[in-house]
Design a protein. Sequence first.
Length: 350
Amino acid sequence: MPNSVDQDREALIDALFPEGIPSLWCPPISHYTADGTLDEKRIQAHLAHLAAHVGGLLAAGSTGDGWELDDPRYRQVVRAALAAAAKHSYRVLIGVLRAQDTEVHRLINEWTDRLAANEAGDRLLETLSDQHIAAFTICGPVGAKLEPAFVENVLVKLLQTGVPLSIYQLPQVTGYNIGTTTLNRLAARFPNFLLFKDTSGEDAVALSSSPMPGVCMVRGAEGDYLRWLGLAGGPYQGFLLSSANCFARQLFELIEAARDRRLEVAKTLSNQVSVVMRDLFEVVKGLSHGNAFANANKLGDHYMAFGPRGLSASPPRFSTGEALPAEILEAGRAVLLRHELMPERGYLED
């Protein structure tokens, strides 16, 4: 029988996700000009292109360079996502990815103060919903040697703010996995713990004997997608995938095929995206700038935007303004052609 925490969480989810929690989320890449400023026009074109297949955005996630953006560019990325949400009916998770919990608190307070003019309680919730904001996404503090009790205490203090939160399992950056027991305690205590994203690739929480009741779990690790989807018997309710930057249509069709029990179709799509993402990651693995998730998807999205003429188009760039090297663009083009995923015409050419 549901307890008060479960009921309060359900009420929050109903308020913040009036059409239900999306099955497919994207952490959008960030587009830059040659001087390292954000390319607003390019960002909006990309988000408009995704809207037919993606229901939610993680703004300023790790794929969007959220860990490295300075405050002005970070705010600009989030505002761009909110502008697209208003136009295309996205739900938005605002990424608040900082190494120190004091910085996470500062940014959450900045957003809530700005959005609700310092009003708390129901008014804040109403404002978040009106702005298409579903939650703020946080990680634990960064540090491989941090004690689990310390990490839990940091997360408790963040949840005590009362704002809706999504917790992101990202050991590639934090240096550790948050334990299943810890997460279960947090879920049992705090109804504002709404979502959990796991990019570890270990999936220990989802595969545990007591996954968090009432908390929506989405998978962020790439590959073998169908196996992990709840519609096909897996432990996750959906995906929050960097690959949705490039292959949103295929991932959406995979989910819909699983929903309709067309499992052979879903399996074919799952294998196709798994293999092409593996090959794109291989192409960018030697790059010294950015991170693999962002770089692989900047490469793939470049050809989704420009199609076969991508080699002659202005190249995608890192946050420094430096361009992806020509040899990387050539190798990425070969990958998409080999897997028959090169569009005949890019979305910027429509």
